[in-house]
Design a binder for this molecule. Structure first.
Ligand code: C2E
Ligand code: CA
Ligand code: CA
Ligand code: CA
Length: 279
């Protein structure tokens, strides 16, 4: 945070005022984005470290704004969270993922578990599990084709309510992944309270894994811990061969990042899968 003097009232800088104005305008646009069909899912493959085959995929939301063009989720998800719009948006994402799973099933694509992201506000809403159950039933999709990624801060902050919901999702067959693992909390005790399927190593550990012995030690430890606890480990943000090689050597289960593929529109992702099958 910026250093402030007690007697200075410079909280709203002109820049911030402009920003909050922009965000306000964006809020209104966001309200209409679902009905205007402006959202789209991009897909980024997860690759098995041992076979180098695509074994999973993460769905990431994109907003095609009518005048601003592509607005990144890093920008609009926080606004959606502040306004509660994340609830209908999250529902749209879940429904869209179910429809995609079904389409792939119907067209004979190799079956893949599709991951999607949940934010705290979504997990805190009443009736979440029932809503998810209804979406699965409506689309005739089995829960085990879907993995929900959420950050550890979420899991810790709202203990019992969240644990009950995790249990409810598990009953539906849905897999649960801890996203951005290692960035939030120093205590690992929450790993005892619920059996997660997957841990996603945060990009920040992967960035300089090839130059930092410390980061390598941390990742080695997390991989061992995950093996002991029967969790799968996915590394995100793998960009270069050096990172890939080290993670492979350390027996990380799955790798995801620009080294293999950026998130792509569904057609391009399908082409990537088909090309792989021909290898
Ligand atoms: P995340 O879940 O941690 O997703 C990973 C982000 O890293 C994605 O950014 C992805 O495009 C990017 N990425 C993947 N590989 C690489 C790489 O090799 N290098 C680098 N530098 N970046 C890489 P994206 O798509 O902009 O999403 C940003 C964040 O927005 C996500 O972080 C997630 O927290 C949130 N988000 C995205 N889609 C959704 C959604 O449908 N619902 C919710 N609630 N949040 C979402
Ligand atoms: Ca994620
Ligand atoms: Ca992540
Ligand atoms: Ca992240």
């Amino acid at each position: 945070a910026k250093e402030t003097k007690e007697n200075s009232f410079e909280f709203f800088t002109p820049e911030m005022e402009e920003n909050s104005y922009k965000n306000f305008a964006l809020q209104n646009d966001l309200r209409r984005a679902i009905t205007n069909n402006e959202f789209e899912l991009y897909y980024q493959p997860k690759v098995s470290a041992s076979t180098e085959k695509v074994v999973g995929v993460e769905a990431l939301i994109r907003w095609n704004h009518p005048t601003l063009g592509m607005v990144s989720p890093g920008h609009f998800i926080p606004i959606a969270e502040d306004t509660g719009l994340i609830v209908p948006i999250g529902e749209w994402v879940f429904d869209a993922v179910c429809k995609q799973v079904k389409r792939w099933e119907n067209t004979g694509f190799p079956p893949l578990v599709v991951s999607l992201n949940f934010s705290a506000i979504q997990m805190l809403q009443k009736g979440l599990v029932t809503k998810v159950k209804n979406l699965l039933e409506k689309n005739q999709v089995e829960g085990h084709w879907i993995e929900v990624e959420m950050t550890e801060s979420l899991i810790l902050e709202h203990d019992n309510d969240i644990l009950n919901k995790l249990e409810g999702l598990k009953q539906l067959g849905i897999h649960i992944a801890i996203d951005d693992f290692g960035t939030g909390y120093s205590s690992l005790s929450y790993l005892k309270k619920y059996k997660f399927n997957t841990i996603k190593l945060d990009k920040s550990f992967i960035n300089d894994i090839h130059t930092s012995a410390d980061n390598q030690a941390i990742i080695t430890f997390i991989i061992q811990l995950s093996n002991q606890l029967n969790m799968k480990v996915v590394a995100e943000g793998v960009e270069i061969k050096e990172q890939h090689d080290i993670l492979q050597k350390l027996n990380c289960d799955e790798l995801q990042g620009f080294y293999f593929s950026r998130p792509k529109p569904v057609k391009e992702f399908e082409e990537l899968l088909l090309n792989q099958q021909q290898l």
